[in-house]
Design a protein around this ligand. Structure first.
Ligand SMILES: NC(=O)c1ccc[n+]([C@@H]2O[C@H](COP(=O)([O-])OP(=O)(O)OC[C@H]3O[C@@H](n4cnc5c(N)ncnc54)[C@H](O)[C@@H]3O)[C@@H](O)[C@H]2O)c1
Ligand SMILES: [Zn+2]
Length: 356
């Protein structure tokens, strides 16, 4: 993908409700300047413990530079923030600080934080504007983009709303500083975007593995997500291609209790095998090699095959005719297809799920 560039990139998504979402990616842009609202009377910032100190500095700078006052609330870390009780407390807090419909909510954190900030924004006063500043790679290329918000009630993301934020600010400097595990987690979704839609992302990871400069791969992966969700906001058709590796991957994630990115990597290996069998996909070896180069797993931990099959049977992508998977005819050429139990077993055997 050529040399790294510090260029500012921008995209726009028109929401089904006529609202417009602007995504900006670049370096050094997670500053107080991107918090400045156009005409909102109040700024309320939701964040999480891991980035709270940085966010406090940003707010102090904002207040000094503009005289604007921003209120801050630190939610629990990770998915502990996506609880109904936390949402309820946050509504109460917004009410207590007199946050009105012309206020601006800001969510700064990983995918869990932007999911809950988006849900609060979609529902409080029947909808207020929100800005996301994703601080994880997965958040930047995946969770923040596309207008899906959600919280966990019994099941993961069981309750949610479709609503795009006003702005998404992706600061690559912030993502460079992430610990290895979070970079790997995000790399799985980034290279997935490569497999389904942009071979340049694959080539970049082939060259430098997990150390691949983010300047090109992150904007490229954002572009894949933007284009896909623009075509299909509510996942009726094309948006489903973003689930490549997720049908089997998600079942492995739950059964083995492993990280989402690792599970997606394993799921893509299985989907690659099924793709080769059903559609004559030639890229299995290349796919596996680049995942290994990144340091992602390609074999599942010991799991109960029956449990994996049961989990998949409950997959939302199942319909009357059986299980649907995203398969590749070639890199950049995904198809949504019904898959026989026999072919699923083939995929499971490929990732070492014994007895399947
Ligand atoms: N809405 C969507 O379309 C969508 C898509 C994919 C995933 N998601 C959701 O995203 C969540 C996963 O996102 P995630 O992987 O970002 O996990 P996360 O939000 O749980 O964050 C992972 C960990 O990283 C820490 N962290 C965040 N920023 C950091 C930083 N800059 N430096 C150091 N540590 C930092 C967090 O404190 C947390 O412990 C899940 O809840 C998932 O459901 C949503
Ligand atoms: Zn995913």
């Amino acid at each position: 993908m050529g040399t790294a560039s510090a260029r500012l990139r921008q995209w726009h998504i028109e929401g089904a409700d006529g609202r417009r979402c602007t995504i900006t990616a670049g370096r050094g842009i997670a500053s107080h300047q991107s918090l400045i609202p156009t005409d909102s009377s109040r700024i309320a910032v939701l964040t999480q413990p891991s980035v709270a100190d940085r966010v406090k500095r940003m707010i102090a700078e904002l207040e000094q530079a503009t005289g604007a006052v921003a209120e801050l609330r630190v939610l629990p870390d990770g998915d502990a923030a996506k609880e109904l009780a936390v949402v309820g407390e946050t509504y109460g807090w917004l009410n207590a600080i007199d946050f009105t419909r012309d206020g601006l909510l800001v969510g700064i954190g990983g995918g869990a934080l932007t999911d809950v900030a988006g849900f609060v924004a979609a529902t409080y006063l029947r909808g207020v504007e929100v800005v996301y500043m994703p601080t994880t790679l997965l958040g930047a290329v995946d969770a923040a983009i596309g207008g899906k918000t959600g919280i966990n009630v019994d099941g993961k993301n069981l309750v949610g709303a479709f609503r795009h934020p006003l702005r998404i600010v992706v600061d690559l400097d912030l993502l460079d500083a992430l610990p290895l595990e979070l970079r790997r987690e995000g790399a799985a979704e980034t290279v997935k975007a490569g497999f389904i839609a942009d071979e340049r992302i694959i080539a970049a990871y082939e060259a430098d593995g997990i150390d691949t400069a983010l300047d090109d791969v992150v904007p490229a992966a954002i572009e894949v997500k933007v284009e896909t969700v623009t075509e299909d906001f509510r996942e009726g058709g094309r948006r489903a291609i973003l689930n490549y590796g997720h049908t089997i991957g998600h079942a492995i994630e739950v059964a083995a209790g492993i990280a989402h990115g690792d599970a997606v990597s394993i799921g893509m290996v299985a989907a690659g095998r099924v793709s080769a069998e059903v559609l004559g996909f030639q890229g299995e070896g290349r796919q596996r090699a680049v995942l290994e180069r990144i340091g992602l797993p390609t074999v599942a931990p010991a799991v109960n095959p029956d449990e994996v099959m049961n989990l998949m049977a409950r997959d939302k992508k199942r319909d009357r005719d059986g299980l649907r998977m995203i398969l590749l005819r070639d890199f950049g050429d995904p198809v949504v297809q019904h898959v026989s139990a026999e072919n699923i077993h083939l995929g499971l055997r490929e990732i070492g799920v014994a007895g399947s």
